[in-house]
Design a protein around this ligand. Structure first.
Ligand SMILES: [Zn+2]
Length: 208
């Protein structure tokens, strides 16, 4: 296994020799101090665990109502996907598309791509088309904004409470946990460890 690979600092373009690290250690660029890579022994396993938990929470968050609004004896339950649906209904499809993409589509793709990459890898297999799925994770990350949506939701609930009784439902709780699990899954997905693991699996299959 080539430990003397050369890498490039993505901040200042300095060429550096890769050195092996102690578990928990990190390598910084000697010129600009940018963190180049870390040795997180359980990072990928943790990322997979958080992604699987995130997938379950995602289903709960979208299936069950997020709030129930009681007004003048009328009770109305709303799910997360009702938000873009209402926006289309109100004649603003562009905002509806943005809400749908940032709170449903992109987080779903991020979770699925992470599971797609990490599950086979945890069993010592190569996920087919892993370079595409890896790029997908990086593409969707800036577009996945469930924490922004969550903030807007909490503000709306607080404001609505002046006019009607707004009761938080099961999906609101799971959505809060989803926010943390998705962040934890992404934070533990270390690209350097990922590619190392790909090399190890390739080597064990005799592909290099
Ligand atoms: Zn540098």
């Amino acid at each position: 296994m080539g430990f003397n690979e050369i890498l490039v600092c993505d901040q200042c373009d300095l060429l550096l020799d890769e050195i092996p690290l102690e578990p928990g250690g990190k390598a910084a660029c000697s010129r600009c101090g940018n963190i180049l890579y870390r040795n997180k022994p359980n990072g990928l396993r943790l990322s997979l665990m958080f992604s699987l938990t995130g997938a379950a929470l995602f289903l709960v968050s979208n299936y069950f109502p997020i709030v129930t609004i009681d007004s003048n004896g009328l009770s109305n339950s709303t799910t997360l996907l009702d938000a873009p649906y209402r926006l289309v209904h109100d004649g603003i499809p562009s905002i509806a598309a943005l809400v749908f993409a940032t709170t449903f589509l992109m987080p779903a793709l991020e979770i699925l791509a992470l599971i797609y990459l990490l599950f086979p890898l945890s069993l010592g297999r190569l996920p087919p088309g892993f370079s595409y799925a890896f790029r997908l994770v990086h593409f969707v990350k800036p577009w996945s904004m469930i924490e922004v949506f969550m903030l807007g939701l909490l503000v709306t609930i607080t404001k609505l409470n002046a006019f009607a009784s707004v009761v938080p439902d099961i999906a609101l709780g799971s959505f809060v946990f989803l926010m943390f699990t998705v962040t934890a899954a992404a934070a533990n997905f270390d690209p350097h460890s990922f590619w190392k693991q790909i090399e190890i699996v390739k080597a064990s299959q005799g592909k290099i």
